[in-house]
Design a protein around this ligand. Sequence first.
Ligand SMILES: [Mn+2]
Length: 386
Amino acid sequence: MELSSKQQAIELIKKSQKILLVTHKNPDGDAIGSILAFKIALQTLGKEVVAVCPCSGTMPDNMNFLKDIDKLQFNIESSKDFVITLDTTEAEVQKLGYKQKPEDNKLNIVVTLSSGQLKPENVSFGKSAFGFDLVVVLDSPDLERLGDFFDQHTELFYEIPLINIDHHSSNDYFGKVNWVDIAATSTCEILVALLEALGQGNQLFNEEVATALLTGIITDTGSFQNVNTTPKSFTVAAQLVALGARQQDIITSIFRTKSITTLKIWGKVLTNLKDEGRLRFVWSTASKDEINEVGANLSEVGGVVDELLKSVPDTDFSLLITERNGNIHGSLRATKKNIDVATIAGMFGGGGHPQAAAFDIKDGRGLEDVAREVVSRIRTHQSNRV
Ligand SMILES: [Mn+2]
């Protein structure tokens, strides 16, 4: 019988010793919660783990309540080692040495055998892959979402077995094993099942693991207010609280603390808000200048759409268009059940979930031009629908 993706993932993890965990760039609560919980759990199992959140040097401030968040790395050092591998099935190596021949720029590597023999076909070469025997990518629909980290270490993702664990419906199944559960609210929810299986029960869930996993579920469901919230997510959350998850810390850190810059960027977005009335959507913009003027970071800008715009009454969805890293970024949230904003994001080359989706436009046009076209196409789309 063929193994399920969950069983395959478990088998691969069990037999691996040095594991690289990676999540998407600009990590959110689910990315950080899942990578941190998984790192701690794998270390409890005696594995050597390197956990990378590819971002430009700072984690979102509101995640500081997670102990050990400083053990997550932003990148890994590039290895300069060149590895020569000998297949010693039919030879026993007694001694290894080298002779330098500077006169003709050569270096001879001398292998002295005590028995057997080596043939040219027993020798292979490769770049060192840091010694990892498994890579696990968390909460990322594709490898491009890993940003520069993927570009710098592409070989890691093709030469080493890769497990892809995610809940985005746009996931493109880039792993050797793909555990993609689009019914799960978050990657953290999937990890609860994985850690139960790996630890045969609750033994891998200490307070920190439970807190990190609950962080992902709470952020990806908007504290159980988003339409993607499922009965199962409540059950899993209750289980995590019973295992010691610090739910109040999560809520106060993520939802009840608003910095002045967050409030200022909310102010800008509210000032720019346009109500499309009969067409049942609202949209707003935040230009690079407006974002810079208040000093908001990307996660504060991203939070506007989740915390502010998703609660507008009498609409189907909301849209926020921002300038980031030279691109124009559109972020869509359904404000009503049974609305599929991924279809709308798809009209502009993006994707996501029915309730939350995004797109990027990088054709050199400015925010205003792009916004005008995007909104006009969405108006047409909506007038055919409502
Ligand atoms: Mn997620």
